[in-house]
Design a protein around this ligand. Structure first.
Ligand code: A5P
Length: 225
């Protein structure tokens, strides 16, 4: 029997929510990848949609698949966004940004009428925090910004790529913060974003409407808020 891919199962199920003439947000990462592939197939079969991507990587994939793209200059509201997550708790709160795209992902999700999160079962947690929380910071004074982030009770590490500081699509750095347990995601989200130099963080609180979970046994669970 072929290996079951929970990410693919969840992502493809979420694409069923897309209807003709919708404006769609395209997520980033290895789960959103499968949704974008499926959307590409449906577009070839006649689905009429326009999309806004949450990263250059997803934009390139959409372009390769001939998915028509639009922009915030033309559309302020999206009907539906499908994106992955690094952790999901029972209250639909998320950690995102493992792929570094958290800022654009949050802007796009916030502009969407419905935000569908697609994950395999390994991403479901009791409490957020085992996955290091990504925080996007501007390069200016990042050394000081990191110290302030540390004072919130985490071990912060600047993300590297090929021995250099990883750069987001927005030209910023990512600080991965080990909190272990995040008991109050809402409060932490606010405290982090109040630090000068922090652009945004990977906590998505009260944003997801639907979570689609692909299980290793081949079933798909849909949780709706
Ligand atoms: C991208 O920055 C992230 O928010 C991803 O959506 C998240 O890391 C999930 O990634 P995978 O689908 O690759 O596990």
């Amino acid at each position: 029997m072929a290996d079951i891919n929970g990410k693919k199962l969840a992502a493809e199920r979420a694409v069923d929510y897309i209807q003709q003439d919708m404006i769609i947000g395209l997520g980033t990462g290895s789960t959103a990848y499968w949704a974008i592939q499926k959307i590409g197939t449906k577009v070839k079969e006649g689905l009429r949609i326009k999309a806004i991507a949450t990263s250059r990587e997803s934009e390139k994939l959409a372009t390769d698949l001939q998915i028509p793209l639009t922009s915030f200059a033309e559309n302020n509201i999206l009907d539906l966004t499908i994106d992955g997550a690094d952790e999901v708790d029972k209250n639909f709160n998320l950690i995102k940004g493992g792929g570094g795209a958290l800022l654009r992902e949050k802007i796009v999700a916030a502009a969407s009428t419905r935000f569908i999160v697609v994950v395999d079962e390994s991403k479901i947690v009791e409490q957020l925090g085992k996955f290091p929380l990504p925080v996007e910071v501007v390069p200016f004074a990042f050394e000081r910004t990191i110290q302030t982030i540390r004072s919130l009770g985490c071990i912060p590490r600047i993300r590297l790529a090929e021995n250099k500081f990883y750069l987001t699509d927005n030209g910023n750095y990512i600080i991965d913060c080990e909190f272990e347990d995040i008991a109050h995601p809402d409060a932490l989200h606010t405290r982090l974003n109040l630090i000068p130099g922090v652009v945004d963080n990977g906590l998505f609180v009260n944003m997801a409407n639907i979570v689609v979970i692909g299980n290793l046994n081949g079933t798909v669970e849909v949780r709706t808020r």
